[in-house]
Design a protein around this ligand. Structure first.
Ligand code: CMC
Length: 423
């Protein structure tokens, strides 16, 4: 018999079904709660609310487990390529060789964006944040590719995946004052992206495979993270049947904030500030603990991970390897490691279960690859795009109703309108 929980309300006992996930996680089904009891639940910040069932990503925050479609993040990051992970997230299974080849071929042929759209860049001041430009491109793309763009089709999804690196590379070239480099269908997804980002038109030199591999791994580690802030935003926007580009633009806006994807930029800025301040990590740890100081240790803490973030462990190792391979000696890596060491021994961080998250070391890698700090969150978006699209696809295929949370109103009671001259 399926598990039930009892709710005592209005002097009545109500039985509520329990939904059990594959890994034994349990949720109380309250879909009929208001209808049967007159109550709604209140959960600011959704700390206890499951917004959906999902078969894409599994996360256990206490044990530091992250799996894409059942495959551990450690194994996927070590053995798969980013496009393989895209396929896995979208279709639920690892591709066979011919399936991956066909998928890659489709991606490499669909990356062009209308040249007219690049005029968007002229509308931005040179110091514009690239996330604002990315959002603008996506809203622009929804106008240029408006035919059936709300439909859940492979064609639409692959088009967005193919266009994303081109858009990001155009923003990157605009920032560095370079020229746009055409999509090269003979290169794989990540190599093509790096060429478009840093190359010159007509340049056929080979990329350093260490650089391509580091970028590929970072993108895999960002590919999906179940119902986080930006993904939930994508789902909410998508639930109104908004088109695919508008739904992704919602995710881009949510990701931008420093408590979410914007943290990778904030971490690097913090590390540079500590360096400029003489490298006194104790002082900055004290600032983070001071409740009268709004400063937080960026790249630390997570809503779900309460032991360690498995992505951070992998990125820390990748960071060490990349800097060594490229012979880069970056002081800020030492500062980051010192900060981590001090924080992990400090009662404040221990008692609140605050550990380095995915954003703590990723910026040091992006910096070593040559990206400017303000591009970091855009690169997070590049990695997260397959996750957003997979979640959008799942939501729409499940025919979920429009997302519309309830509230408990605590404003003024009914009162008569006061004429302006009498206020
Ligand atoms: N530095 C100092 N104190 C912190 C930090 C931090 N980074 N994070 C949380 N705390 C404290 C917070 O002040 C609170 O203390 P108290 O109980 O005394 O009031 C306690 O820890 C719980 O924090 P919270 O804000 O209630 O926790 P949350 O689950 O709502 O927030 C978080 C999670 C990630 C927004 C938060 O830890 C944070 O702001 N971290 C820094 C920003 C960051 O690195 N974000 C990236 C998150 S991972 C990737 C992603 O999602 O994009």
């Amino acid at each position: 018999m399926s598990e039930k929980v009892q709710l005592l309300a209005n002097g009545n006992t109500y039985e509520l079904d329990v939904v059990v996930g594959t890994e034994g996680d349990k949720g109380i089904d309250i879909t009929k709660l208001q209808e049967t009891t007159g109550y709604v639940t209140l959960d600011t910040g959704y700390k206890n609310t499951g917004s959906t069932t999902s078969a894409i990503t599994y996360l256990d925050g206490d044990k530091g487990i992250l799996r894409y479609r059942g495959y551990s993040i450690e194994e996927v990051a070590e053995k798969a390529s980013f496009t393989e992970v895209m396929y896995l997230l979208l279709y639920g299974e690892l591709p066979k060789t011919h399936e991956l080849e066909a998928f890659n071929a489709k991606l490499s042929q669909a990356g062009e964006i209308p040249t007219q759209l690049d005029k968007i860049l002229d509308a931005f001041p040179k110091d514009a944040h690239p996330m604002s430009i990315l959002g603008a491109y996506f809203n622009g793309l929804s106008a240029h590719f408006s035919k059936d763009n709300a439909a859940v089709t492979d064609e639409n999804i692959l088009l967005v995946l193919a266009q994303m690196p081109t858009v990001v590379a155009h923003i990157q070239q605009w920032i560095r004052g370079g020229r746009f480099v055409d999509n090269n269908a003979s290169l794989d997804y990540v190599a093509n992206f790096l060429k478009m980002s840093f190359g010159e038109p007509g340049d056929s030199s080979d990329l350093n495979p260490i650089v391509v591999e580091a970028m590929d791994k970072l993108l895999i580690l960002h590919a999906d993270h179940e119902q986080n802030c930006s993904t939930s935003t994508v789902r909410i926007v998508g639930s109104s049947n908004a088109n695919i580009y508008a739904s992704m633009a919602g995710g881009i806006a949510a990701l931008w904030g420093p408590l979410h994807g914007g943290a990778n930029q904030a971490v690097l800025e913090m590390l540079e500030a500590i360096k400029a301040d003489g490298g006194d990590t104790d002082k900055w740890i004290a600032k983070a603990k001071d409740k009268n100081d709004p400063f937080r240790l960026m790249g630390f803490g997570h809503r779900v991970y309460k032991n360690f973030d498995p992505r951070a462990n992998i990125i820390k190792k990748a960071c060490d390897n990349l800097l060594e391979a490229l012979n880069i000696n970056d002081d800020i890596l030492d500062i980051a490691k010192r900060l981590e060491e001090v924080a992990l021994k400090d009662e404040y961080f221990i008692s609140r279960k605050l550990y380095p998250n995915v954003d703590f070391y990723s910026g040091i890698i992006y910096k070593a690859l040559g990206f400017p700090t303000e591009m970091f969150t855009v690169l997070f978006a590049l990695g997260r795009m397959p996750g957003w699209l997979s979640q959008w696809k799942e939501l729409r295929l499940q025919k979920q109703p429009i997302g519309r949370p309830m509230q408990i109103y605590n404003g003024s009671g009914m009162r008569p309108y006061v004429d302006i001259k009498d206020r």
